[in-house]
Design a protein around this ligand. Sequence first.
Ligand code: 5GP
Ligand code: MG
Length: 405
Amino acid sequence: MEPAIDRILIDRLAIARRVGGMGDAIAADIADRRAASRLVVVPVMTGALVLTADLIRTLPVPMSISLVEASSYPGSAIASTGVRLDAGAPLEDLRGAYALVIDDILDSGRTLAAVADRVRAAGAAQVRTCVLLNKVVRRAVDDGAALRADFSGFCIPDVFVVGYGLDHDGLYRNLPDVAILGHGRAQPDRWRPLVVGLAGAVGAGKSRAARCLADLGMVVSDSDGDVASLFELAEVQGELASLFGPRVVAGGRVDRRAIADRVFADADERRRLEGVLHPRLHAMRRRRLAEASRTGAPGMVVDAPLLFEAGVDRECDLLLFVDTPADQRLERVRRTRGWDQAELARRQAAQMPPDQKRLRCHAVVDNSGDADDLARGVRDALRSAAPGVLEAGRCGGLAGPGGGG
Ligand code: 5GP
Ligand code: MG
């Protein structure tokens, strides 16, 4: 019997808004890399047809299109059976180009990785990948960045979806919404925590937002806390003393103020400090994610001031931007850390500008209200950027009409 639509997972308005956001992020990335002379869009046919049509109309730059064909779910299969790239037309010469590979959905990640390899082999100077949907749980916690997309619209649970270009046995591609097909239940045995990265200007309240996610059962990876515990280690203290002189470690304690004065005044000093801390922080995040995975937590939230600068965003499935007006941020850091305007500006200057961070995030959380507003905002952002993911946790199938089968 033909499976029927169970329910809409993402409606057309939400898709349109998010595709606009992805277009802005891609346009900014292209502008950052002016070295690439031209944009070549490489849609993976046929699923990427609709997304490509919408996305390219948000990109105000000259471009050409070069199609590739791939199939990994031939016909009516709903379980991935390996990727077949069509040997057909060879890719055009991509030498020097900024190539944007577009697919409908990242499932095992094999299609996108295979197409990206081919595009690289055709000589593209920059290769970026973009998908509307990301089935997070389908990739293991320790899969590398190769199986991720540079730009993604939504995280979804492990259900079979159709619409907006996605088919089942050739049908449903013209549905304007993304819908769950009847027998595509989330697999409760296949689960890994959603990794949520928090971004924002200095003093935006990322840690407060992290606590809201902890209230939803997520494990928190807090870089500032991790740095504090690293500073307690004799081994780390020894390395700091040899880099910055014995005065930065006094009486068995790291003088954080002295180190801050050095590294926020000099980018080389900052890189040296990061060389000591970042590999250790990375290992701590991985251990925490493994633990979240073992205990069945719905996710891990990463609260790290240098999320993008240190490349930690690439470990995240979902990025939320915590948005707080500048006057509230200043008031907050004055109260909690004793910083004045100049100190706030100095810290901010060591980071990526907030507007650039915002562009790279999947959703924005407004933090201009009280604690309840923030908790609600965090939940809403999570629901809109990762529809059905929290509900599809370990304990069962999707919540909602007909769910759980
Ligand atoms: P991957 O190589 O990442 O496992 O597979 C990606 C391809 O599998 C997509 O391009 C898409 O054609 C197909 N696919 C994966 N999940 C779904 C799904 O839920 N619905 C549909 N219609 N196709 C899917
Ligand atoms: Mg496809």
